[in-house]
Design a protein around this ligand. Structure first.
Ligand code: PLP
Length: 381
């Protein structure tokens, strides 16, 4: 499972090892030649905007998902927004989103002029609660955005069947779910579209902001391609009012260089997760659940602990960096005061926000670092 001893500082101090939450420099060192030559080629050709790198990446990314179309854009947030615009979301519509997600899921809905309706999530996975979603449907509901939180896909066949029956639009927030599967199908297979983020810390990350919209619908892909580039057909002919939401050539080149490594990184994440599960299961530490039908890609490995803040501090003191995703559910964010939901209204999301702790699961972690995390979590939990 990789080399041992990396990050070791056996000098007798309390912190005898440092375990970063994310080590993008280590990743860069492992694929430096690919990255450097990809970047050098973009600079050499000066194809910085809408060049062949972008088109090539779009093709490779779509193929990796077994989906006909992928269109690159400026970030994951704009990917969700663009998809909503492409689907002609009416102003004032209601769109159901989980309360436990990054704010971007809801922000895109608000920016596009509709109203996010926050629903609760499952206690054991953190994923949007299907039953809660069905109860939130009203005559104004236009669509649903399930989030494949932490790298695990929701039960897409079930959501797709419901959306079809009710005439709702279904847009997947796949920002954390590169290479994830549910019953062998990847994001975009059963919905109107799926939105990806290539934020640097994502499982497939650029060296800046980047995102993509994937879809099975050719007309939608064509419209999105035009919209993200000022609605233009050719250089100075603009068929409709779009915007600049383009993916730039340097990011596309970096993503192209990284994509062939995604499977290996995903397998390493899954192997570390399996090791954590075995050890924490024995120690009675509560991990979020991996569904048997899902290929969880562990963008984050999340445990629940009633004294999460104490545990996080104890781990920080031993050199282990952790994260919290997310400390405030969206219905309680100051930005969404207008939704009118009070504390206690979405109890599972609120309990998760108090208890979740994301442990390091970077594919570059050494076996020794993984064992150290296990040892320290078990000692302090
Ligand atoms: C679930 C989720 N949705 C959307 C986004 C937005 O992506 P970006 O930061 O690329 O705009 C992120 C990433 O931060 C995310 O984690």
């Amino acid at each position: 499972m990789g080399s041992d001893g990396h990050g070791s500082k056996m000098d007798g101090s309390k912190r005898d090892m440092h375990v970063p939450f994310l080590d993008l420099q280590a990743q860069y060192r492992s694929i430096r030649e690919d990255i450097d030559s990809a970047i050098a080629e973009v600079i050499r050709t000066s194809r910085f905007i809408i060049g062949s790198e972008e088109t090539k990446f779009e093709r490779l990314f779509a193929d990796s998902l077994r989906i006909p179309y992928a269109v690159g854009c400026s970030c994951g947030t704009s990917a969700i927004y663009i998809a909503l615009m492409a689907l002609c979301m009416p102003q004032e519509a209601e769109v159901i989103v989980p309360a436990m997600t990054y704010i971007a899921t809801a922000e895109a809905v608000s920016l596009a002029g509709a109203r996010p309706i926050f629903v609760d999530v499952e206690a054991d996975t953190g994923l949007i609660d299907f039953e809660a979603m069905t109860r939130a449907v009203t005559s104004k509901t236009w669509g649903v955005i399930p989030v494949h939180l932490y790298g695990q896909m929701v039960d897409m066949p079930r959501f797709a069947a419901f959306a079809e029956e009710k005439g709702l639009r279904l847009l997947e927030d796949a920002a954390q779910a590169h290479a994830a599967e549910y019953r062998g199908q990847r994001p975009g297979s059963l919905s109107d579209a799926a939105a990806f983020s290539f934020f640097p810390g994502k499982n497939l990350g650029a060296y800046g902001d980047a995102g993509a919209i994937v879809t099975r619908d050719r007309r939608m892909a064509e419209w999105v391609r035009q919209y993200r580039n000022h609605g233009r057909l050719d250089k100075y002919k603009h068929e409709f009012v779009g915007f600049n939401f383009r993916l730039d050539g340097l990011q596309a080149a970096v993503l192209q260089a990284k994509l062939p490594h995604l499977e290996r990184w995903t397998e390493r994440r899954r192997a570390v997760a399996a090791r954590y599960r075995t050890a924490f299961g024995r120690a009675g530490i509560r991990c979020l659940v991996e569904r048997p039908q899902a290929r969880h890609v562990y963008h984050l490995f999340v445990i629940r602990h009633p004294e999460r803040d104490r545990l996080r501090k104890a781990l920080a003191d031993t050199g282990i960096e952790c994260g919290i995703h997310y400390p405030i559910p969206l219905h309680l964010q100051p930005a969404y005061k207008s939704c009118g939901q009070q504390p206690g209204s979405l109890p599972e999301s609120e309990a998760l926000a108090r208890e979740v702790l994301s442990l390091p699961i970077d594919p570059e972690l050494s076996d020794a670092q993984v064992e150290y995390v296990i040892q320290q979590v078990c000692a302090h939990a």
